[in-house]
Design a protein. Structure first.
Ligand code: SF4
Length: 624
């Protein structure tokens, strides 16, 4: 409900801001043709209060306030547009050069940005206008010269992040010049935050021009809201409308520009849009804890369902998943990208994206219920999982570079994580534990003082493993722990996880798209397709006697190093659209063995053999 209110209030604010800016633009363009009085005509009675003849009253010279507000909008928008355009242009050019070329050029330009940002911009504008005069052209240039470093800093950061992307490297390798690389491949991709910032700069420019006019330093030949406020504040008791109406106009336009900036930011940044969409969670359920059975499985998952809210749509990346993991056992979860395996890992430990929600299912961790019918279990208001996460079960996230804080030394991050869960421990005890896990994983102790970017990919991943082992969990969920590592380091990391599993008696869920990695490390394999486990069996059974056509297709796609030479078979088609309701076998559109029944009826879960289940109409039959 709260999320809905946030989204709706954000949309209403955006629409209102667009209406205000739209009205101001209309007034500015149409001012000469609107049926309003001449803004400088002094032919009415001074201090006439708002009424039928002068809707917003007249000022001390008998000039119509409404007319002057409309003409004032013209000046405000002119200043906003031109000064923010100049500032953005300068920012884009200098920020791009600074970020792209780096080295001495970057040092000189960055220090220049910093110096400009250190000077209070309004005083700099005052100085420029005082030196060169108060004509509106000078005012606009002065505002642009004091605001461009903001855009330059943003553009520099964008270019720094974009210039190492593969498509940029490919363009350079293909012979693109620096100018072409920047103009064609980098700048267009980095413009979104600049456009957002430009709207905020417009609000700033309107305020600055009004401030200058208020102080008497604005263009004396133009109608300005700032000047109107100055004239009005001297007559506040006699004619409050003289300052109130231009003041409100100024406030509304500046607020509208800022809200528009926020709205554009959200609209141009899909990642932000996803993060600000918060799914409505089911209410928690209160359960009195019972003493867990000592021989209870480490994890029992039953009919687990989870959904992502995507605007007006939602998809179910985990849709009716059930399995049990005994203590000390290991399960590999495999499937192609988008099948729901990472979402399953996140759902087990309830570390999901803000737009994700549980819709159904039960989870028991080490015999303790943590989820019932999709509701988080609480006792005396305390989340049951909170005391078990990291101590009973921990997760190794994909991509260590994103999971570690880039501005904290890795040792401090681990110490902080230890103290968060062990409030009785001091820093020395935390340090000892971190040293112990670093030794266990094979990370040199000297690396505790390194920042994440100073470590190699393999070393960062080892630090992530050390982080997950800090509290000696019984269950480790490793989500693609070797993503983006080279083959040799992948092999080392998997070997280390396997050794830890044996040494510490860990239970392991290894999520991977690499069937070979799973075969080496796990006793059982669960194959996921479109949010469901479509086959689960001991590893040898999966590799030797797979019954589901999708598992067979995955195995056929593996390259072989011995036996008859053959090209790996690819699986045509794409996974189904999970936003649509499922009434048939999800794999039917891609299945070579599909029959009529597959397209009309959901397949049953067939017990093929002990520990071997498959979700296929024909899993119990021997078919060729
Ligand atoms: S149920 Fe039919 S379509 Fe689905 S996997 Fe089995 S044979 Fe293929």
């Amino acid at each position: 409900m709260l999320g809905l209110v946030r989204v709706l209030s954000g949309r209403i604010a955006l629409v209102l801001s667009m209406i205000i800016v739209g009205l101001a633009v209309f007034a500015a363009i149409a001012a000469p043709w609107l049926p309003i009085a001449d803004p400088n005509a002094m032919d009415a009675m001074p201090y006439t209060p708002p009424g039928a003849e002068h809707w917003l009253g007249t000022d001390n010279y008998g000039r119509d306030v409404l007319s002057r507000i409309v003409w004032g909008a013209r000046l405000a928008l002119l200043v906003a547009l031109i000064s923010s355009a100049i500032a953005s242009f300068l920012g884009i050019v200098l920020g791009s050069i600074s970020g792209y070329f780096g080295g001495l050029i970057d040092t000189v330009l960055s220090r220049t940005f910093d110096v400009f940002l250190l000077i209070p911009s309004f005083f700099l504008v005052l100085l420029i206008v005082a030196l060169f005069g108060s004509r509106i052209e000078f005012t606009m240039v002065a505002i642009a010269l004091t605001t461009w470093p903001r855009s330059a800093r943003i553009m520099r950061a964008q270019v720094l992040s974009l210039k190492s992307r593969v498509y940029v490297q490919a363009a350079k390798a293909a012979g693109a010049s620096h100018a072409r690389t920047l103009i064609r491949h980098i700048i267009p991709n980095g413009l979104a935050p600049i456009i957002t910032d430009a709207t905020i700069l417009m609000g700033l420019a309107v305020l600055t021009e009004a401030g200058l006019s208020f102080l008497g330093l604005g263009d004396q030949n133009a109608v300005s809201w700032g000047r109107m406020i100055f004239d009005g504040q001297r007559e506040l008791r006699l004619a409050p409308w003289m300052s109130i109406f231009p003041g409100v106009s100024l406030l509304l336009l500046v607020a509208a520009f800022n809200l528009l900036g926020d709205g554009l930011n959200e609209a141009l940044n899909p990642q932000l849009r996803r993060l600000t969409t918060r799914a409505a969670q089911k209410p928690t359920c209160e359960l009195v804890p019972t003493v867990p059975e000592p021989d209870a499985p480490i994890l029992r998952v039953s009919n687990l369902r989870m959904a992502y809210d995507l605007g007006s749509n939602s998809i179910a990346p985990v849709d009716g998943v059930s399995f049990t993991l005994q203590r000390g056992d290991s399960l590999g979860v495999v499937g192609e990208s988008g099948c729901g395996k990472s979402s399953l890992g996140a759902a087990i430990l309830q570390v999901m994206a803000p737009n994700a929600r549980m819709t159904d299912g039960d989870i028991d961790l080490a015999g303790a219920p943590i989820l019932r019918d999709g509701c988080r279990v609480v006792h005396n208001g305390r989340d049951s999982l909170a005391s078990l996460r990291w101590t009973k079960a921990a997760i190794i996230f994909q991509s260590a570079m994103n999971a570690l804080n880039p501005v904290m030394k890795v040792g401090d991050q681990l110490i902080e994580a230890f103290l968060l869960h062990r409030t009785d421990a001091n820093r020395d005890a935390a340090m000892q534990r971190v040293v112990a896990v670093f030794d266990l994983i094979g990370v040199p102790r000297a690396r505790m003082g390194s920042y994440p970017h100073e470590l190699s990919g393999g070393m960062r991943q080892r630090v992530m493993i050390a982080l997950s082992l800090l509290h000696e969990p019984e269950l480790l969920v490793a989500d693609e722990p070797t993503t983006a590592l080279d083959v040799l380091v992948q092999d080392q990391i998997l070997g280390e996880i396997d050794a830890l599993k044996k040494q510490m008696g860990l239970s392991l869920i290894l999520i991977s798209h690499d069937m070979g990695a799973v075969a080496e490390t796990c006793r059982r394999v669960a194959v996921m397709y479109a949010g469901e486990i479509i086959e689960i069996a001991p590893t040898e059974t999966i590799f030797g006697y797979a019954r589901h056509p999708y598992t067979q297709a995955l195995l056929a796609a593996l390259p072989t190093v011995s036996g008859e030479k053959r090209l790996p078979k690819t699986l045509p088609g794409e996974p189904v659209n999970m936003a649509e309701p499922m009434t048939a076998c999800r794999f039917a559109p891609r299945c070579e063995k599909a029959a009529d029944i597959c397209r009309t009826t959901r397949p049953p879960r067939v017990d093929v053999a002990p520990e071997h289940e498959a979700l296929c109409h024909f899993a119990g039959l021997v078919r060729t």
